[in-house]
Structures are given as C-alpha cells and as structure tokens.
Design a protein around this ligand. Structure first.
Ligand SMILES: [Zn+2]
Length: 115
C-alpha cells in the first residue's frame, strides 16, 4: 500500500498514512496517482515477483527510492506469462540504479554461488 500524497510505501494491513492521514492505495493503482509521474522512469521489467523484490532491496540499500508496479491482470490469474513487473526509480537516481542493476546482472552471470 502506498500513500498517494507522500509516496511512502506501507506494508499490507495499514490503510492510513501515518504522516498525512491520507487513505493508502494499492501499489498497482499507484502508477496513475504519482504526484510527478514524469519524475519516475522504468528501469527494469521482469515477470518474477521475487526478482523484482530482490532488485528493489538492492536499490534501496543504496538509498535509491524504488517502486514496483505489477500489471498482472487479476481476472486472468493463470496467464502468468502476461504479467509484467516494472521497477521504477526517480530520474535523478536513474544512472546510479542502472549501474547497480548492471552489477547485479554481471554477478549473476559470472559468479556461480559461493561468495
Ligand atoms: Zn502520506
């Protein structure tokens, strides 16, 4: 859940923003509610939630604000390969985020496990 005013993300179960008392909206609906949609860019797309979450964790650990938007159409739950998960960052963070993603991808290709 996300506050459409502050753009803060909250865990499921919370329905009111602690900061501004706004009603939170589902993350999937958030894209249309971005205060400054042009500030955000899609930096990566994938079709696996765990991959998106992993990348988000990595980006956020580098202090990059990250949004995950899923376009999965809930009326067709079985059509998994039509789902697209988009990872968005702010334009100002785009270059940093891109280099982090590149590092992650290179690590995936080269390293085979033990670190
Ligand atoms: Zn708020």
């Amino acid at each position: 859940m996300i506050c459409p005013k502050c753009e803060y993300e909250y865990i499921d179960g919370i329905s009111i923003c602690a900061d501004c008392k706004s009603k939170l909206i589902p993350v999937e609906e958030f894209e249309g509610h971005l205060i400054h949609p042009s500030d955000w860019v899609i930096i990566f797309t994938c079709d696996e939630v765990y991959e998106a979450e992993m990348l988000k964790t990595n980006l956020e650990s580098a202090d990059i604000e990250t949004l995950i938007l899923s376009q999965k159409d809930r009326s067709y739950p079985l059509v998994g390969n039509l789902s697209v998960i988009k990872i968005l960052v702010k334009k100002t963070d785009k270059d940093d985020a891109a280099s982090i993603l590149k590092d992650i991808k290179e690590r995936e290709v080269s390293g085979d496990s033990d670190d």
